[in-house]
Ligand binder design. Sequence first.
Ligand code: NAD
Ligand code: AKB
Length: 318
Amino acid sequence: MSATDKILVIGSSGQIGTELTEKLQEIHGTGSVIASDLKKAANHQGVFEELDVLDEKKLGEIVAKYKVTQVYLLAALLSATSEKNSQFAWKLNMGSLFNVLDLAKEKKIKKVYWPSSIAVFGPSTPQENVPQFTVMDPTTVYGISKLAGERWCEYYFLKHGVDVRSLRYPGLISYKSPPGGGTTDYAVDIFYQALEKGTFECFLSENTTLPMMYMPDAIRATVELMQADAQNIKIRSSYNVGAISFSPKEIATAIQKHIPKFSIRYNPDFRQKIADSWPNSIDDSAARKDWNWSAKYDLQEMVKDMLQNLPKPAVNHK
Ligand code: NAD
Ligand code: AKB
């Protein structure tokens, strides 16, 4: 990190972008972070540029105007939305990445952050403690785009020396900004419904265990990866990062400790098949070894923090 770093966040109004932008403003100074998205978030403070990342020309103009040195590319269609619009998902998820990697290849920016996902894994991947290097046979459009993206990131590093870094995020849970169309979104919605209605209908079945992570851990992982010495970044495709694994039943039980009357019922939809193709838990020993990664929040702490921070409804269901 240098004092002259100028950071462009693309997709700054989304679930991760909202919190990552705030953290980057804290680190680099508000004036050094340019937030960009199709639309500005209601509570955004600081510099903002309206940008469709597929508009290569405008992207180049913003990079030149602010002398951008680092890009965090967060714009994408997530797993559930991608299944409904597969052609566009491919166009956005791949086109955005090429637009940014090409700027780095042309030395117009110095560093790129691009997130991958546990969606790169598939039915033949080991279910428990998925190793960093393993079988990857994603069966979703989103997963295919993330796996292809990982291969292109590594290719741009090897072939063109692009300093690109990436994490395979698990499902992320947060209270500041809602999730945007993923299979793990139930694990955020459950909190809103528990507080507002005291009951929740889950679109996944009760024992569907998935890797998850609380947003403060995800933001810290992202910043730590980007601040690590380049020589310590041994993996230029994307790092496994693990934190918590739980099923809908387990998170419901954890919520019931705070809201005893809370009830959950299960009505799996098309997202069940997506979840069934993903593993249960992640081995992140490479990230631990290379840049000292370690998650802090377990399920109980995450649930407590979410319930403390979400706005309280008019009716109390406790
Ligand atoms: P999100 O859907 O909440 O936010 C994405 C943002 O990108 C939105 O604000 C959207 O308006 C913006 N966007 C969409 N199309 C755009 C375009 N053409 N130009 C500019 N902006 C555009 O997603 P998120 O959860 O914040 O995810 C960010 C990244 O992290 C994605 O690559 C996603 O695949 C990855 N990821 C997220 C999770 C998770 O659980 N949230 C897990 C794994 C990986
Ligand atoms: C999704 O469910 O699509 C995302 C992800 C795990 O990539 N949360």
